[in-house]
Each structure stands twice: as structure tokens, then as C-alpha cells.
Write a protein that binds this ligand. Sequence first.
Ligand code: NAD
Length: 360
Amino acid sequence: MEYKISLIPGDGIGPEIVGEAKKILDKVCEKYGHTFNYEEVLLGGASIDACGVPLTQEAIDTAKSSDAVLMGSIGGDAKTSPWYKLEPSKRPEAGLLAIRKALNLFANLRPAYLYNELKGACPLKEEVIGDGFDMIIVRELTGGLYFGERKTVEENGVRKAIDTLTYDEKEIRRIAVKAFEIADKRKKKVTSVDKANVLDSSRLWRKVVEEVAADYPDITLEHMLVDNCAMQLVHNPGQFDVILTENMFGDILSDEASMVTGSIGMLSSASLNETKFGLYEPSHGSAPDIAGKGIANPIATILSAAMMLRFSLDLDKEADAVEAAVQQVLKEGYRTVDIMSEGMKQVGTKEMGDLIAERI
Ligand code: NAD
């Protein structure tokens, strides 16, 4: 098959880790007989330096015309980088928000997977970890409290701030459908997280999720209140497969779930629109403190590329092969510095990429 992929190296360690992910994709092409045509897109600081703005229309058009976008990370050191002397709307992060909006990416997917080999980095007790965990958080990304009307007023000399949380049934339905489709490719369980004992938006959320569930009889649906879910993530993380939730709850729970894996350099993510199109990126930032040193862990970006193969290109077998290669390299004891532990073999960014590519 032939696909067009936009690559956004971005800033800091971005070009280094995207380079390694491309190496893996090239190996997938060679092994499985596909052709990926790449087009590089400027975003963030790299775009400010080249074009004076963090995102150009040309960049949006290129991304839109591709089958999927693979990104490194954008941004610099806020204290030293000249990008942060610009007004907020012209800084690197504004480019990222703008491209997500332009591409209508309403579904954010963040897997939290505990590798047996990295159990030592997990802050949970052995008896809580049990056989490990493998979950994915599906978070609504363009609605809810972060996008509702907000204002700060003063009434009788008292300052008052108002934020509004709105969801309509269409917004809920489209994210719920994504969650059920993903669960269908996994362990077939959806945990829908809300605050239906208090919020009207959550009560509507529950109703619509149940309507969607009726179309997926093979998938088990359970509802969980968000406060309970926050506890269950550190009490019994193995119970989860797909967690479906709204924007703010997802923001908080996905960070909590990432932390319990213990290794930020390993965590991938995806943001999808209504079609199969998506933007794939590691969960971490551009790590300006280690940029150019050749020590960044490329695995989060490589696993993001695997998600791209699975969710945007429907290449499940190829995605499995990339994930298995990562697991194999860890099993053989290779580690970048961020996940290094005693008795393991320390390697740099390029070497880690080579080792994974060789095992595909
Ligand atoms: P960060 O994730 O870049 O770094 C936090 C710490 O983790 C640093 O010590 C870094 O060296 C380390 N780290 C991160 N990724 C690593 C990797 N792959 N391998 C080894 N070590 C790794 O977070 P930060 O320092 O808060 O932010 C730095 C910049 O990244 C800021 O400009 C921020 O705005 C930007 N950022 C961008 C995105 C994005 O592009 N989606 C996300 C988060 C932060």
C-alpha cells in the first residue's frame, strides 16, 4: 500500500526522535512491501525561525492532504529561548493548539502500558501491579469546560469567575464511537468515567454512551465516577482496558495513568478526527535540556508511529511488529539513560532506533 505521511520534527529533541521513528517506518515498508511518501512540515519554534509564525497555512494544507501526521515535539526553554519573548499567540505552543483545531482532532488517545522489564520504575507496590496493566485513555479534546464560555466579573466588590461546561449529544456520541471502536481491537471493555451523581453534562454523557454501547453487543460497558476512577488507577490499574472520558477528567486521569507507568520517554499518544486521520506524538515535551546530545529516548515516538499504523493506516500486523520489537529490545536489556537501571546496557537515541529496526 502507498501512504502520504506528514512528518513534524519540531524543536529540541524532536528531530532526533522523529528521525528514529522514520527509520522504523522505513523498515516496515521494506519488510511488508509498503511505500510511505513523507513530507516535512514546520511547526512551533522551527516554523517561527523559518517563517516568523508558529504555524503557516501551507503547513496546515500539507498536513490535511496526508493520511496521517507524525510529530516529535515543539517548544523550547521558556527562560532562555527568544520564542518566549513573543506574545503568547505567536509562541511555539500556539502553533500546536492551532494545528489541532485546524485538523479537528477531537479524540485524544493515551495508552498507559507497564512493561514487565520496567516494573522497577512503577511507583506502585508489587501486589498492586500484579500482572501489570495495559490501558488506553480516550479523552474528548475539543469540548467541555476548557472550551465553554468563561468570564470574571465583580459583584458588589466581590470578584467572581465563571466557567461553563457544555456537551451536546453529537460531541459525546462521536467520542464514544471512537472508544468502542478501539475497545473492539483490544480487550473489549469500556469504562466510561463521569460525575453523573452531580453534573447534568455527565448524566447526558451516560445516556448517550449507553445508546452507542447498544451497537457494540460484544463490548462490556461499565460506568465509573471520576473520583473513584482516580483511586482505582492506583489501587487496581489492571482492571482497565479503554477509559472513555470528557476533556477535563481526561486531562487529569491521563497524567495520573502515565505516572504509574513510571517512564515518560515510553508514552505515545494520538489525536484523531472523525475519519481515520490522526496526529501522533509522544506524550513528553521537547526536552531542551538534552537536545542535541544523542541521548533522548525515541521509544515514545516509535510507539506513536505504531499507533499511526494501527489507527490511521489499518496496518495492525505491522503495528504489532513494531511493538514486539520494542518489547524485545527491552527484554534484551537495552536502555536509554532515562530508563537505565543497574545491570542494563545503556545506548543512545540512534542505537536504540537501530536495535528496534533490526528486530522488525
Ligand atoms: P519535557 O517532557 O520536555 O521534559 C521533562 C523531563 O523529561 C526533562 O528532564 C527531559 O529531559 C525528560 N525527557 C522528556 N522526554 C524525554 C525523552 N524522550 N528521553 C529522555 N528524557 C526525556 O517537559 P518540559 O521540560 O516541561 O517542557 C519542555 C518543552 O516542551 C516546553 O517548551 C514545553 O512547552 C514543550 N512541550 C511540548 C509538548 C508537545 O509538543 N506536545 C508537550 C509537553 C511540553
